[in-house]
Structure formats: C-alpha cells, structure tokens
Ligand binder design. Structure first.
Ligand code: NAP
Length: 248
C-alpha cells in the first residue's frame, strides 16, 4: 500500500516542474490528485493522462492561483469530486527578477499576488472542511531565498519569506484541530523556472552548493510526500530546507 493510499490531495501549479513531480509522486503513492495549471494547457492534459494511469481519481482545473474567487471555486470543485481534501500543496509560483533600481511596482505586486496571496486564497477555502474532518496537511512551497534573501529577487524573496510567516501562523492557529501546516524551502532545483537563467549564473549556483549540484523536482516531491503522509503526523509549523546543504 502506498504512503498516501486513499488521501485526497490538491496541488496548485502542477503542469510543470516541481508541482508536476509532486502530483506524480502523490498518485504513485495511492492518492487521488486534483491539480491546477494556468497557461500550459497541453502539459496539463498530458499530466492528467499520466496521473490517471496510476488508477486513482484525477481532476485537472485551469485556475489562476492569484484570483481569490477562483480559488474558492477550485476548492469547492475538488470537494465535490473527492468528498474531502486531506492535503493541500500550494506550489504555484513565478519569478520576475530585477535589481530593485529597475523593478517596477507592477512586477513587485504580481509576484506577491501569485506567490503569496494565492496561499491565503486556497488556505482560507480549505480550512473549514479540514476543521470539520479534524485533519489536514497544508504544504507551502517557499524557497531558501525566503530565508536568506537574494540580490535581484526582492519581490520573490519577500513573497517566499511571507509564506514562512503565513505557514507558522496557520500551524499555530489550527494545530488544535489537527491541521498541520509546513513549508518546504527548496534550494536550487533545475526546472523550466531556472532554465531561464543564463548558464554562468546556473554554474555559479551549482559551485556554491556543498553537494555541488542542483536538486531535481523529484527530490522536492519526496519531501512533500513525507509531509503529506502519516509519517509526519507530529510535524507542523516547520520549514524543511531541500537544498543540498546550501542553507544550514
Ligand atoms: P515552473 O517550472 O515555472 O512551474 C511553475 C508552475 O506554476 C507551473 O505549473 C505554472 O502553470 C504554475 N503557475 C504559475 N503561475 C500560476 C498561476 N497564477 N496560477 C496557477 N498556476 C500558476 O516552476 P518550478 O521551478 O517548478 O517552481 C515551483 C514552485 O517551487 C514555485 O513556487 C517556486 O517558487 C518554488 N521554488 C522553485 C525553486 C527552483 O529552483 N526551481 C527553488 C525554490 C522554490 P502554467 O505553466 O500552466 O501557467
């Protein structure tokens, strides 16, 4: 039996990268998986088919994580399909990097809205049903950049640091209802998001990591399976760095 057998899960932003790996690992471990996407329609369709092959229920929803009303609809649709939701993974995220001198207000606001407001949007919608069932695991994908900061990513770092404060507060508020909330802080994970960086920057990141390599989406997904599963029932309010010892 898989680690997530019978669990009803929702992963935001799963058409690519880390979210895609999380959705696939969840399905492989026996979970029913709802997932969202926004612009990558073909990749989402392909993922839907791959997930269905594991035999569980699958729900693909095109939904903008930054839109509050859409998030309420998304949770309602997932509950309608699955009956309950045991696990919510807030993974959807973007970067709009620039030095502060050149960063526009629009790029600051958009990154905050997609990366941070999105977590409020879905968490707000999911806590009532989780409180009713007296169980739930919420996993928010932050970043080591949210702990440490990063030149050229003030908007992104602010959003990821905000996620950590939000995660800890949620854990404190909802612990008595047996709802756990943790953050994962990946380091440098090689995905399409990081493909957009130039090769010299990428090599610089790799050289600075004690394990001398970037991580893979599957390595983040493994940590996510742990936090979603009953292997972590007394772990809440924590930030787990998945970073090859980049941040200790
Ligand atoms: P990615 O390959 O660019 O994938 C991002 C995913 O988020 C896509 O599926 C995308 O969907 C979705 N998304 C973006 N905006 C959305 C929106 N408004 N509504 C719904 N979905 C949206 O990125 P990744 O590297 O896998 O990153 C995933 C998460 O890990 C992010 O939160 C990121 O900040 C975090 N992270 C990544 C790294 C890294 O090194 N890669 C490190 C630390 C943290 P569409 O393509 O369908 O729009």
């Amino acid at each position: 039996m898989g680690l997530l057998a019978g669990k009803k899960t929702l992963v935001t932003g799963a058409s690519k990268g880390i979210g895609r790996s999380i959705a696939l690992k969840f399905a492989k471990e026996g979970a029913d998986v709802a997932f969202t996407y926004l612009s990558s329609v073909e990749q989402a369709q392909a993922l839907e088919e791959e997930l269905a092959a594991f035999g569980g229920q699958v729900l693909a929803v095109r939904s903008d994580a930054s839109d509050f009303e859409a998030a309420q609809g998304l949770i309602a649709e997932s509950l309608k399909a699955f009956g309950t939701l045991d696990v919510l993974v807030n993974n959807a995220g973007i970067t709009k990097d620039n030095l502060l001198m050149r960063m526009s207000e629009e790029d600051f606001d958009r990154v905050l809205k997609v990366n941070l407001n999105s977590i409020f949007n879905t968490t707000k919608a999911v806590i009532r049903p989780m409180m009713k069932q007296k169980a739930g695991s919420i996993i928010n994908i932050s970043s080591v950049v949210g702990v440490k900061g990063n030149a050229g990513q003030a908007n992104y770092a602010a959003s990821k640091a905000g996620i950590i404060g939000f995660t800890k507060s949620t854990a404190l508020e909802l612990g008595s209802r047996n709802i756990r909330c943790n953050a994962l802080a990946p380091g440098f994970i090689e995905t399409e998001m990081t493909d957009r960086l130039d090769e010299a920057t990428v090599q610089g990141w790799r050289d600075g990591i004690p394990m001398k390599r970037g991580g893979s989406p599957d390595e983040v997904a493994d940590a996510c399976v742990f936090l979603a599963s009953d292997m972590s029932t007394y772990i809440s309010g924590q930030v787990l760095n998945v970073c090859g010892a980049m941040l200790t």
